[in-house]
Design a protein around this ligand. Sequence first.
Ligand code: B12
Ligand code: SF4
Length: 488
Amino acid sequence: MNKRSVAFIEPAGTQANVFENYMRFPLMGPLYLGTILHNAGHTVRIYCENIIGEKIDPFDIKADVYCISALTVSANRGRLLAQEIKRIYPDATIIFGGIHASLCPETFEGVADHIIYGEAESIIVDLIEGRITDKIVRGIAVHDMNDLPSVNYSLLEGMEAVTTVPIMTSRGCPFDCNFCTVTKIFGKRFRMQSPERIMKEIRHAMRFFRTRWFFFYDDNFTANRKRVREFCDLLIESELDINWTTQVRSDIADDPELLQLMEAAGCRIFFIGFESIDNDTLAAMHKSQTRNDIEKAIATIRRRGISIHGMFIFGEDHDTPESMQATVDFAIRHHIDTVQFMILTPFPGTQYYESIVAQNRLIHKRWDYYNAMFPVFRPATMSPSTLQRETLRAYERFYSLGRLTIDTLRLLIDIFVDALTWNFGRVFTYSFNDIFIKGASHFIIGKYARSYEPYLKFLQRIEEKNVIDEGLLTGEGGGIGVRRRNRS
Ligand code: B12
Ligand code: SF4
């Protein structure tokens, strides 16, 4: 078999996304699949538009096979790229995979030679070498996560822009939140790498990057606590001295000793999906957590000096403008370090999507707007434009200049008092990073608040007329005038 040149493309969403400006992270799928193909002797490059910081031009990328990995928000851009590639290189093979291809393959009908559902490590070589010829192919879940190769990060174009090393040590989640696509792709069985293997991954990654910040992408890093305990022991013993961030659930508060160990091993920030402070909303989402669990988690984690990035979702049927602003009050009162207020988004393939479609509440299927920042369905207790406005107001309140000033002053006073009293005990809890993120978020939110106006106008029009003016929305996202980041 001739060796082939393969280009992986991770398109960016075409709409403004508050966080993409300083969160330059690649998906791990292209990195794993690219590494496997590279190890099999094929020539591989991976192009992630979010990392490169601009739109890629297919004229600049010549390959035998184009593998496009799209989320829902980047599906239209992926489709458009495929059309351009086919026009420029009619003999090239185009393969779509990833979350959106798995959950909504019809999006890529007519532009894909192959569409792959689910995990593709065990089929990618056969696919590229032509032993699999079916148009629709079902991948096979990786059975043992320790069998995966170590990621070759140098395949990633523009990897110098990555300031935090991405690593994913597990797949699957035993929970079943109704809005989430994770279990639809990776299943409910939690599969994980061993503590020794995670250490090997860290050492391996350190050969590619100078930074000592790592982000463990795992959806629920502490689902198996014994593993995390052993990993932290190994990390402390190794004296590698890295800082890391990961995603956990509120139930981590049940194990304060583990928290202490994680902090000692360099864990600095937790990303936690709190989703809501209302128990009825949490129950409707099948979140398997209560407001009490959230409060306990915040208090316990704060005591251990780990920062919290709290993620909330607005727009569930029990939500009102008042409950949304009460969530902001809650986040401020409980000193959550940074927050994300996402608008509930019915992603195809989820239980939530099915129920919204069945109730005829979906406004449109322009995937560019499915980035949890635009209402794409009709909420139960308020208009879509109210949901949009109240979400922006929530952000503006949380990241207000007044709060930023107070937090900065508080930190400076702590440092001053500690220096005077010769107290070094809490030096490691000073969080310059939080102040920086809050400051950046304040400016980014101000900028994006202005760019959401066209979508708000679109929502108001459909609310007045009760019809969708298709002319206002275009597939590539320029139609309603929401500004894109300048990529060219
Ligand atoms: C890391 C991460 C992020 C990072 C960076 C992601 C990025 N570059 O887009 C950050 C924090 C910035 C982020 C942001 C967002 N994220 Co996010 N994120 C993740 C997370 C936790 C891990 C992604 C990952 O690497 N997975 C592991 C790898 C191995 O999986 P994979 O890339 O899908 O690849 C496998 C298969 O899909 C397949 N495959 C993939 N590509 C291809 C291509 C070909 C050709 C083939 C054959 C096969 C194939 O094979 C691979 C190996 O088995 C996932 C959850 C998850 N478990 O995946 C959510 C997830 C992808 N995010 C999600 C969402 C909604 C978002 C946001 C819109 C909102 C938000 N949460 O802020 C933004 C949008 C970002 C954007 N691109 O515009 C959703 C996407 C849902 C959807 N239907 O699109 C997910 C699935 C979480 C969820 N709860 O549902 N995210
Ligand atoms: S939201 Fe988190 S806990 Fe819920 S199913 Fe998805 S990954 Fe699991």
